[in-house]
Design a binder for this molecule. Structure first.
Ligand code: IMP
Length: 175
């Protein structure tokens, strides 16, 4: 039997929360350009919506990280698959991530980017699975805390499927 999808966060809730996050982020940063760094591939839809909810000048870049392959839990091995196009030295940088699970990916990325001397470096994550954290990471902005389920949709995939779904679903194993 095929795996099933259980609706976890509907589109309207996601969009309402992103509008709140956008307002908060626009207020929190001083004058100047905010540099949004989206983590490929899962964060691209969240980044597209969040960027439009932040009413102030932003620049957008992407960084590619891979740690999962096609499985459901981190291999613990993180590699950079695409670097930023521009320097972030002296910039206010907000990393935009789809989901923080073990925290391994993000702590690696924070370490890499901190060495490039941005003025500030923070994280906005749509989803946070705190129960699975093994690497401590500070999340300045979180959309939703979720229980320990494997989720798909709104940019998130399982083996490259489901990214284009508008809502977030829990992927349930066949019984
Ligand atoms: P971490 O390094 O364990 O925190 O994993 C972070 C990355 O794993 C995220 O950027 C996602 O790409 C992927 N990931 C973690 N949990 C899920 C999930 O429930 N669904 C889809 N991808 C996930």
């Amino acid at each position: 039997m095929a795996a099933g999808l259980r609706l976890l966060i509907p589109e309207e809730k996601i969009q309402a929360r992103i509008r709140e996050l956008g307002r908060q982020i626009a207020q929190d940063y001083p004058e100047g350009v905010l540099y949004l760094v989206g983590i490929l591939k899962g964060a691209w839809i969240f980044l597209a919506d969040l960027a439009r909810a932040i009413e102030r000048p932003v620049r957008i870049d992407f960084i590619g990280i891979s740690s999962y392959g096609t499985g459901k839990s981190t291999s613990g091995e993180v590699k950079l698959t695409k670097d930023l196009d521009c320097s972030i030295e002296g910039e206010d940088v907000l990393i935009v991530e789809d989901i923080v699970d073990s925290g391994v990916t993000l702590s690696y990325l924070l370490h890499v980017l901190a060495q490039r001397k941005p003025r500030s470096l923070r994280v906005a994550a749509l989803l946070d699975k705190p129960s699975r954290r093994t690497a401590a990471v500070d999340l300045a902005y979180v959309g939703f805390q979720i229980p320990d389920a494997f989720v798909v949709g709104y940019g998130l995939d399982y083996a490259e499927q489901y990214r284009n779904l508008r809502d977030v679903y829990a992927l349930e194993e066949p019984s």
